[in-house]
Design a protein around this ligand. Structure first.
Ligand SMILES: NC(=O)c1ccc[n+]([C@@H]2O[C@H](COP(=O)([O-])OP(=O)(O)OC[C@H]3O[C@@H](n4cnc5c(N)ncnc54)[C@H](O)[C@@H]3O)[C@@H](O)[C@H]2O)c1
Length: 272
């Protein structure tokens, strides 16, 4: 029986990914750039692409976690990912990293706009400066990363951009209105660029996770009420894990998804 239908706890390999799931030969040797790849869902995607034989580059502010991930993958016999400490609020620094990584790994066939910060705030507490800062992490980097990789993708004859959205705002989640605004804009980014990029066979899609059990989510927000909310809202009983999102992203990055563009793909266990 397929592992997909095995209830948790599911057997996993060294990187935490479920075993015996699909491999995508078209990803072998492809260069992939991921923002916020040092921990959480981003780290699962870095590992998942490395396992597929892709050449992975990522940026993150978390130096320790990024180095540990890089070492873990090298220890597992996989290609060590290229990574740099980079704060994506600095668009110039992000552009420099993309350019330097492309020089080392080759033009990027895949871009995953993953970085985000879901810090809590209230309607009353938000100042114009805080609002701008939230957009500088949660909205702006994706556009400029796409702008930076598009010429290389054109040269390659195509590419795949995957933007991480969220089902949180779609389920009317509270406590993070600025994050909700930024995340709702992801579908606009995807659909607003799909025709332009599509002329060069560059596909662009949104992947919207439900509530995924990253270390940060478990530490900060998974309390007794959270458990009840999961049980009330999800159609499936298992908790979403970072690799559940990575599997969808692998598919969209691969040639198996050759005619998928301008869409949103939800991985939320049926929450919204
Ligand atoms: N975890 C969830 O439940 C959930 C739900 C819906 C959507 N998402 C989306 O999935 C994506 C990944 O989420 P996650 O839960 O893994 O997030 P996370 O907060 O666990 O990880 C984000 C990563 O980005 C890095 N980062 C934060 N600010 C940065 C900055 N200014 N510059 C560079 N790096 C920075 C962090 O160090 C971290 O490694 C995000 O786009 C998020 O909106 C997550």
């Amino acid at each position: 029986m397929s592992q997909l239908f095995t209830p948790s706890p599911r057997s996993t390999d060294a990187s935490g990914a479920p075993q015996d799931l699909a491999s995508f030969p078209s990803l072998r040797g492809r260069s992939v750039f991921i923002t916020g790849g040092g921990s959480g869902i981003g780290a699962a995607m870095v590992a998942a692409f490395a396992e597929q034989g892709a050449r992975v580059a990522f940026v993150d502010v978390a130096r320790e976690a990024s180095e540990a991930l890089s070492q873990q993958l090298a220890d597992a016999g996989l290609e060590r990912p290229w990574w740099r400490a980079c704060d994506v609020r600095d668009i110039g620094a992000l552009q420099t990293c993309i350019a330097e990584a492309a020089t080392e790994l080759g033009d990027f066939a895949v871009l995953v706009n993953n970085v985000a910060s879901d810090d809590r705030h209230t309607l009353e507490s938000v100042t114009p400066a805080y609002y701008d800062e939230r957009m500088a992490i949660n909205e702006r980097p994706a556009f400029f990363a796409i702008q930076a990789v598009a010429p290389g993708m054109r040269k390659l004859g195509g590419g795949s951009v995957i933007n991480l959205g969220s089902t949180g705002w779609q389920g009317k989640g509270t406590g993070y209105p600025c994050y909700a605004i930024a995340k709702s804009s992801v579908n606009g980014l995807t659909r607003g660029l799909a025709k332009t990029l599509g002329q060069d066979r560059i596909r662009i899609n949104t992947v919207s996770p439900g509530w995924v059990m990253t270390e940060r989510q478990i530490k900060l927000w998974l309390d007794a009420e959270g458990e009840k909310e999961l049980a009330r809202n999800q159609c499936l009983p298992d908790k979403l894990q970072p690799h559940d999102i990575a599997r969808m992203v692998l598919f969209l990055a691969s040639d198996d998804a050759a005619m998928c563009t301008a869409q949103e793909f939800k991985v939320d266990a049926g929450w919204v």
